[in-house]
Design a protein around this ligand. Structure first.
Ligand code: ZN
Ligand code: ZN
Length: 255
């Protein structure tokens, strides 16, 4: 039971940083925050992602390329360019390191307002750091697992942020429903998203990437947006588009 709680908590904390900090803040600039809070989010991402840390700077670049070149050969993580989800995961990893190392440099426009903390990225990408985190996870499993069978989940824990990214990037361009006709393969993957912090509404997001709230129908619910509203009220962040949906009126599905 204790290990189950750890896995569930780790899932949501990891997803919180990837969805709110990497995706909505770094890639889309949906809210602003002070430099100090930005550093707190960097440190939180390092603790939450551990051995699978992803640089928010490089993530932001890749994700902007994804929106600009969705489903084309220039898309850094598209199911259209891979035969299966594992092949896409490997391709995403290769594209990530090409961009992160500077061997591939996107156009200047993609760098605008990206958060950057080079020394944190260096520390978190170091193989010693990755191994220390894997040892910490192994110790947690050793302490909490009621039987050795539970170690089957250890690879998921070690690669969690990459796996979460791959699930959304693959599934949300493959199988689901649409609210909007868009010129790409994006779909919403869950009617009520309790597992992906609002990232399940990918078709809504591709239609309106600058909207803070990914949910559009009354039956849809964006957990990440609810977290952002609370942080906005607490003065941690400043949402830029909180009232945008209200101003624009409810979007009409399938138009
Ligand atoms: Zn997409
Ligand atoms: Zn996006």
């Amino acid at each position: 039971m204790a290990l189950f709680l750890f896995v569930v908590l780790h899932w949501y904390i990891s997803l919180f940083f990837q969805s709110v900090f990497h995706h909505r803040y770094a890639a889309h600039g949906i809210f602003s925050m002070s430099k100090i809070w930005e550093r707190v989010f960097f440190i939180g991402s390092y603790i939450a992602h551990g051995s699978s840390y992803i640089s928010p700077h490089t993530y932001g670049l890749m994700h902007r390329l994804h929106h600009e070149h969705t489903d084309t050969p220039e898309d850094p993580h598209s199911p259209s360019n891979s035969t299966n989800v594992l092949a896409m995961l490997v391709q995403t990893r290769n594209n990530y390191y090409d961009i992160h190392s500077g061997s591939v440099v996107p156009e200047k426009k993609y760098f605008k307002n990206l958060p950057c903390w080079e020394s944190m990225d260096r520390l978190a990408h170091n193989w010693i750091s990755r191994i220390v985190w894997i040892l910490i996870y192994a110790l947690v499993y050793y302490t909490l697992a009621p039987s050795w069978w539970f170690f089957i989940l250890l690879p998921l824990t070690c690669a969690l942020s990459s796996v979460q990214g791959a699930i959304v990037n693959w599934w949300a361009h493959r199988l689901g429903y649409t609210n909007f006709a868009v010129s790409n393969t994006s779909v919403n993957i869950l009617r009520f998203d309790i597992f992906f912090m609002g990232e399940a509404y990918h078709n809504n997001h591709h239609k309106n990437p600058s909207y803070a709230n990914n949910a559009h129908r009354k039956s849809e619910w964006d957990m990440g947006y609810q977290c952002m509203k609370i942080m906005d009220k607490l003065g941690i962040i400043q949402l830029k588009t909180r009232s945008k949906r209200r101003q624009d009126g409810l979007p009409k599905p399938n138009q």
